[in-house]
Every structure is written in C-alpha cells, then in structure tokens.
Design a protein around this ligand. Sequence first.
Ligand code: HEC
Length: 201
Amino acid sequence: MKKISTLAVLLLALPSAWAAGEDTYAEFKAMMDRSFKTTGIAPKHRMYQLDFQKACSQEEQPAKAEIARIEAEQMKTIRYPADGKYFGDWKQGEKIALSGRGLTWTDKTPHDNGGGCYNCHQMSRHEVSYGTIGPSLLEYATVRGTNEESIKYTWGKIYNAKAFNACSNMPRNGDAEILTEQQMKHLMAFLFDPASPVNKK
Ligand code: HEC
C-alpha cells in the first residue's frame, strides 16, 4: 500500500516538475536576452542549447534511434578543406593544442583563440599536464594509420565530434566556428606529421 501511494505521488508530481523545468529555461533565456548582446566574435546564440544538446543533457541518454538521427544530422555539417589539403604546420598546431584561450569578445579575429586540446587529451610525452576526459592521442599516426579514411575521419572528428558520438564531450570546433580551417589544418599536422612530438616515441 505504501509503495502504491509513493508511486501515485511521484506520477502526480512529475508533470509539474517538467513544466517547471521548461518555465525555468524560458525565464533564464528571457533574462539572458535582456542582459547580453552579441559583441565582436562572441555571438549571443552560443549561450543557448541546440535541440540535440538538450537531448544529451537529460538524465537518460537519448535512445539508439535518436542517437543515430543526431549523428547523421551532425555529419552533414562537416566541411572538408576546399583545396583538398589537410595539413598545415605542426608547430603552429602544437601552440593551438596547448592554448586554452577561448572566444573572448575583445579578440579582433577568431584567430587569437586556441583549441584547448590538452584539457582533455595527452598529446606529447614532454607535456606533464593534460586532461583525461578524452583518450591519449600519443603516436596518433601509428595508432590510426595515415590512409585517406583515417585522415578524413580525423578532420571530421575535429570539425564536429558529435557526428561520430552524438553526446561527445568534445567541442564542435569547425561547426561552432571555434577554430578556422587553417587552425584545423595545423592541428592535423600536429597529429599526423612524423616530426611532431605526438608521434615521437
Ligand atoms: C572537453 C574535452 C575535449 C576537448 C577539449 C577535445 N577533445 Fe578530442 N575527444 C574527446 C573525447 C571524449 C573523445 C573520445 C570520443 C568521443 O567521445 O567523442 C575525443 C576524441 C578525439 C579524437 C579521436 C581519437 C580516435 O582515436 O578516434 C581526436 C582526433 C581528437 N579528439 C582530437 C582533438 C583535438 C585536436 C582537440 C583540440 C582542438 C580536442 N580533441 C579537444 C574530448 C575532447
């Protein structure tokens, strides 16, 4: 009997809790709309969750079919380099990977920011400090290989990680215009060049 009444209370309370959640978000959005304006390279729309991000922020992960739908949708956002060249300068790439500088509104161009890759990945043996949210990328060229498939996959992963894992923690560097095409080419060289510290034993 006690079990039944607890369940009944829960069932009655849930819809209003959901409704309150929606109201709270609407209130938050209205407050943000009043308080902030797009300034320089920091557009206001970046503060709001996209639909797929909302789906990934629920207590329960989206169902398999929904994950497949999100990934297919995100896959369509990936733009491969127009000139067919995937690699820049690995030394520039190392600087971008090390820099955690975000998209600050006072920056004159998006080129001042970094990729913050070390926040989540180990990338070279001489770096003592790195995050572990993402897998180690040491010896990336050997582990993943250097064929076309691997190169295109890696570009796509940097451009929009959600195309391969709907609720990935990795930022959508290209799709969200965090990094420029040139910055991503430098990072590609950092990951693949045999002279890069990523690939040194
Ligand atoms: C907030 C954490 C985070 C940041 C920042 C991040 N990544 Fe990731 N990355 C991940 C996670 C987690 C994975 C594992 C796959 C997944 O869940 O998407 C991953 C996977 C990858 C992979 C695929 C590895 C493989 O073998 O398949 C590459 C390549 C990669 N990241 C490169 C980068 C680069 C380059 C940067 C910087 C521009 C970066 N990541 C920034 C979290 C992050």
